[in-house]
Design a protein around this ligand. Structure first.
Ligand code: UDP
Length: 350
């Protein structure tokens, strides 16, 4: 038995693989930026989705579908109860603290939330016999790049507690597979960008630290200017280069990873990016094109810990998962993020 997909979904592989569509899935952190997009896509595919979120950083109104459990992963009893009363085919885990600078100032918070709490989740899953796990990892597990593009063989030497907390979970997952047969896919995102093409969801961090939403706030007049952190990098225009990957393409990679586990694949790790780098200046130029607005730019010193160039080699995800980013045009990512900015704050627009 499977349900027909609605015809308006843009998410092609979900349409094709309909036998998977009545899955029972737990999305941890489903009220956050990436998790909320994932919940929507899974629900459109006909999956039975439960979101668990502490709402420390997430937004209840971003969970557009399925059941919602308000709980913290620190609360082991709630986790035990949840897995006792509901059956899940797999768990997708998006909940973590993500600010590099804050992780340096408050490592205890990061190790507690990103490592200890994830262990609570893994142990509750394991006790309940749920043995498929998709994990949001990060390019920050690699640290200072020794070469680019960065493939999965690149050494992992994170340079801050955030990156180390994610690498620890990758290593724990390896041990849990060996000991308990828990199969996982670790997806190492480069720079997640863009927003739901339908305009229902987008990035809502508080405080916002990411380049694209900040540039768009400068375009809308919600911020007076955008700071460029360093123009003296060894790159063609002197500003840092990053690999921006559309949120819908990230979600698709999660879906394909889930399918691979359901078909019996071994645990895997994949780097997810477009393979094209864009400089900070190119992002600002794109925002000027897309919005047609004046954007005030102020040059600022380098931000600590920023490598000049971070670009993914995602051949492995393309080959093994059949993944292919379809929103790789920077202007499209910026356009979708701009739609979201306008939907949220249209009243403030000049
Ligand atoms: N950046 C910038 N000004 C800002 C925010 C970010 O110049 O106000 C730069 C930052 O130094 C980096 C790039 O934009 O080179 C992307 O930063 P972001 O925080 O979006 O993502 P990260 O690469 O840190 O994950």
């Amino acid at each position: 038995m499977y349900r027909q997909l609605p015809s308006n979904t843009f998410f092609k592989p979900l349409i094709q693989i309909t036998t998977m569509s009545n899955l029972r899935l737990l999305v941890v952190g489903g009220a956050g930026y990436i998790g909320s997009h994932m919940v929507k896509q899974l629900a459109l595919a006909g999956c039975n989705v439960t979101t668990l979120d502490s709402l420390v950083n997430g937004h209840r109104d971003a969970v557009l579908h399925g059941d919602f459990v308000h709980a913290d992963l620190a609360d082991k009893d709630s986790l035990t109860q949840l897995f006792k009363h509901q059956q899940f085919d797999a768990v997708l885990h998006f909940a973590s603290f993500i600010q590099v600078g804050e992780s340096v100032q408050k490592p205890a918070l990061y190790y507690e939330n990103n490592v200890t709490n994830t262990l609570n989740l893994l142990n509750a899953m394991n006790n309940a016999g749920v043995r498929r796990f998709i994990f949001s990892s990060t390019a920050a597990t690699f640290g200072e790049p020794q070469y680019t593009p960065i493939d999965e063989q690149h050494p992992q030497s994170p340079i801050n507690p955030y990156g180390r907390s994610k690498l620890m979970i990758e290593q724990i997952l390896n041990d849990y597979d060996n000991a308990y047969g828990l199969k996982s896919v670790c997806l190492r995102y480069f720079n997640a960008a863009g927003a739901d093409p339908d305009g229902q969801l987008g990035e809502r961090h508080n405080p916002e630290t990411h380049l694209i939403p900040l540039v768009l706030q400068a375009a809308s007049g919600r911020k007076p200017f955008i700071s460029v952190f360093g123009r003296d990098y060894d790159t063609p225009d002197g500003t840092c280069i990053r690999d921006y990957i559309h949120i819908s393409d990230l979600c698709e990679a999660h879906w394909l990873s889930l399918q691979s586990l359901l078909k019996g694949a071994n645990s895997q790790q994949y780097n997810l990016g477009n393979g094209h780098g864009f400089s900070v200046q190119e992002v600002i130029d794109s925002a000027r094109r897309v919005t047609g607005r004046h954007i005030e730019v102020v040059d600022a010193p380098r931000r600590e810990g920023d490598p000049a160039r971070l670009v993914a080699d995602s051949k492995s995800a393309r080959l093994n998962l059949g993944w292919s980013p379809r929103f790789s045009d920077l202007d499209v990512m910026v356009k979708h993020a701009w739609n979201w900015e306008q939907n949220q704050h249209g009243a403030n627009m000049p």
